[in-house]
Design a protein around this ligand. Sequence first.
Ligand code: SF4
Length: 435
Amino acid sequence: MAVVYPAVRVATHRALAAREQLVQTYPEWEAWREQARTIKAEVIAHLDDYLEQLTRQVQSWGGEVIYARDAAQARRLILEVAGRHQVNKVVKAKSMTTEEIGLNSALESAGLSVTETDLGEFIVQLAGERPGHLTAPALHLNREQIADLFHARLGVPRQTDPALLSRQGAAVLRSSFGDAQMGITGVNFAAAARGTLVMIENEGNLRLTATVPPVHLALMGIEKIIPSLADLEVLLRLLPASATGQRLTAYVNFIHGLKNQGSAPQAFYLVLLDNGRRRLAAHPQAREALYCLRCGACLNICPIFQLGGGHLYGQVYPGAIGILLAPFLGNGADLADLCSQCGACSLICPVKIDLANQITRLRSQSVRHQALRLLVRATAAIMARPRLYRSLEPGLRLVRNHLPTSLQSYLWGSGRRLPEFAPKSYHRSMEERKN
Ligand code: SF4
């Protein structure tokens, strides 16, 4: 059975309409896209130089820089930092990179309590799910479902008004900052020239996460570097416009220097994550996937994503960009077939990543795609021969009913099942009626 999330379609269409309305007011839009692409291309082409520069600059203002080769090493090093500061309570801002390395479960397995402070992340954390979208983690849930969840997990009265739901969530989250010993955030942009880290948000929770606890740890993929703050303006225009149709996010946080917290300055750690990014940067055709700003516009516009939501991909990064990142940053999953080849993602991407053609390239190497093509061809050949189909139909029914769930997910998308056969074929029903 195919899982369809009506909430996803409604929310993605709303975001697309807001984006379109805003972009119409920007005559410079196409020039900005070119400019942003040039900035990202420059960084990815000279990644090691910029990494070195960023490391030096962050160290110069007192931050400790940690380099993590892969997800396992990142988890281990972050746990070491937590141990060094006797951390048992962590507050976290929204960060797909922490999802990528499975940080929450690692911290919780080590006995630490973790509270997601972004409302959407908090909702999926309560639901025990992964985020369903890059910028809107609980996009797949409607307010009825969230009201049920809050009522069951927080013991608050059940009500479905979005503003009141936000207030119910905020009341719980507000109390979590005071006694947390460590705040963990992601990073949107890191300016190598001065070592300034930029984090954008709409709720103000990131600002509290980064400044209230005595330790702040920021985790970023190494591709988030930009040469200098002069490059920021165009990116700060493109990202929120593409994500939600906003001119600017409500908060733009700049971290440069240690915050004084009374008797001692706050400890700061910057974890730089590779986890396949260097390998991707070295790939002459695929490297442009590293230009991604994680705006989510390619998800919003994708007809497959609109139908099945982010969980369909079974990966941290869904949608068109997720298909491109999976072979490098994920578990090597072959998702190239989860694409309708409409090309809309390439047209909407604010850094002009040629997503559709990149997916076509992957498809030509995709074992899963070849398997599905064979299956479709064989099915078509059988169905074009009615007598053959009728003789094979009981066997096909048997195969369908005994197909392992894992194989169905492999062929059809994570968590989805192949459509079931009707209990009886139309032909057989008609024959029985005649007799
Ligand atoms: S690939 Fe482009 S459209 Fe998709 S999330 Fe990244 S920047 Fe946004």
